[in-house]
Write a protein that binds this ligand. Structure first.
Ligand code: FAD
Length: 394
């Protein structure tokens, strides 16, 4: 769009909103990000940043060497009794895709995105600024303080509990319970390094997936081997912990490790050891939905981005990465569209099919990762071992 820089208002400074700010600021637009939180919390577990996302971030000025990241060697799949099934190595990822696949502490990633944004003169991040209402026709938003801020276009990246999604979509669509809960755990890596049977998990940065009936665990090292990140996903039906009520859905709570130790008592020694090391952790109900009818308000001036429009199960480690692609596509559409409404239409039409496809595939993986012992599992394992022979571990 051959135009003067746009005044863009972004709601939410999660990973999605921050990436949108960086992408649009790189094109010279004037960006204000409104975040309801008073500060960026220094908490969270690990996040995997695939090259599709890291390459875009680099183009927006993000310098990953400023944080202690790990470059992933690939995905390793092991059954619940410890039998190795498949390695999918990432040794050529940097050459093939132009950027590495990283493991990063979430707080480090958010801080890095914030720091990069703050270095851009055309980005302002306003904390403690909850958006309470919108004018969709002549784009403006009202903050809890009563202040009204006007812009040319509003990008709503307010997460899975988006307050305005139903209005933009044109009908209510609540995220649905996927049937699974996720435990997100961070442990110090030193005890693992001190154990000859466990040290390889920290020294070799693979994302190891242990797969068993109605549950799986994923582990990978963080912060240059200081921490080990563990995500455990189980079905509600097989979860031995206190059930989480619907009100608690996706919100966190700290509990003891007894339920995990009991739940995984028959699994291989590596998983049992990781469960025994666990202290407090975050427990979430995993929710998603298939797809929205509309990502853009009929006014053509307000659009959704990130988990607000495509929450998905974390089984492909793609939620935040898809928000990077949203941000890049949005920036390109604003360059190419003849007007803001046309640009937002292009953005939606290019992003919806891909995010829907990926979200549906995470549901397929849910069955595949949690299969019971028996014929279905034998077929899965046979397929994985066949792949392993074609694609041997280096
Ligand atoms: P959010 O992170 O929810 O941010 C929304 C922001 O909006 C928040 O800061 C909130 O405070 C703010 N906000 C809300 N309402 C308002 C308001 N009215 N006014 C102002 N501000 C407001 N993705 C990956 O790519 N790789 C992974 O390895 C990965 N692992 C995952 C593991 C688990 C267990 C889970 C659950 C998810 C994982 N994801 C992963 C997905 C990823 O975490 C999300 O897709 C991503 O964080 C979504 O970012 P977002 O900015 O869209 O939403």
């Amino acid at each position: 769009m051959p135009t003067d820089p746009l005044n863009v208002l972004i709601v939410g400074a999660g990973i999605g909103g921050l990436q949108a700010a960086l992408a649009l600021a790189t094109d010279g637009h004037q960006i204000t990000v409104f975040e309801s939180a008073k500060a960026f919390e220094n908490v969270g577990a690990g996040i995997r940043v695939p090259p599709s996302s890291s390459r875009l971030s680099q183009a927006w000025g993000v310098d990953f060497s400023q944080v202690k990241q790990e470059v992933s060697r690939g995905n390793r799949f092991v059954d619940w009794k410890g039998k190795h099934l498949l390695d999918v190595p990432f040794f050529d990822v940097r050459d093939r895709y132009g950027a590495p696949y990283y493991f990063i502490h979430r707080a480090d990633l958010v801080n890095l995105l914030v720091k990069t944004a703050e270095q851009k003169p055309n980005v302002t991040i306003r904390l403690n600024s909850r958006v309470v209402s919108y004018n969709f026709e002549e784009p403006s938003l009202e903050l809890g303080s009563g202040e009204v801020v006007a812009g040319d276009v509003i990008i709503v990246a307010d997460g899975i509990k988006s307050s305005v999604r139903d209005v933009i979509n044109g009908r209510p669509l609540a995220p649905q319970d996927t049937g699974d809960v996720a435990y997100r755990i961070l442990v110090p890596a030193q005890p693992l390094l001190d154990d000859p049977n466990m040290a390889h998990l920290v020294k070799n940065p693979w994302a190891v997936h242990w797969m068993g009936p109605e549950g799986h665990a994923v582990g990978y090292p963080l912060r240059g081997g200081e921490l080990y990140n563990i995500i455990i996903d189980v079905t509600h039906a097989s979860d031995l912990g206190e059930p989480i009520s619907n009100d608690e859905q996706i919100w966190k709570s700290a509990r003891s490790n007894a339920e995990l130790v009991e739940r995984f008592k028959d699994w291989c020694p590596e998983v049992r050891r990781l469960c025994a090391m666990t202290g407090d952790y975050l427990k979430w109900k995993l929710a998603d939905f298939d797809q929205l009818d509309n990502w853009v308000h009929p006014s053509g001036k307000v659009a959704l981005l990130g988990d607000a429009c495509h929450p998905m199960m974390p089984y492909m480690a793609q939620g935040a990465a898809q928000a990077s692609e949203d941000a890049a596509t949005l920036a390109a559409a604003l360059r190419e569209g003849s007007s803001i409404p046309e640009a937002l239409k292009i953005y939606e039409s290019q992003r919806k099919p891909r995010t829907t496809y990926i979200a549906r595939n995470t549901r397929v993986l849910q069955d595949w990762l949690h299969v019971y012992d028996g014929p279905a599992r034998d077929a899965r394992d046979k397929m994985m071992q066949f792949d392993n022979e074609r694609n041997p571990i280096f």
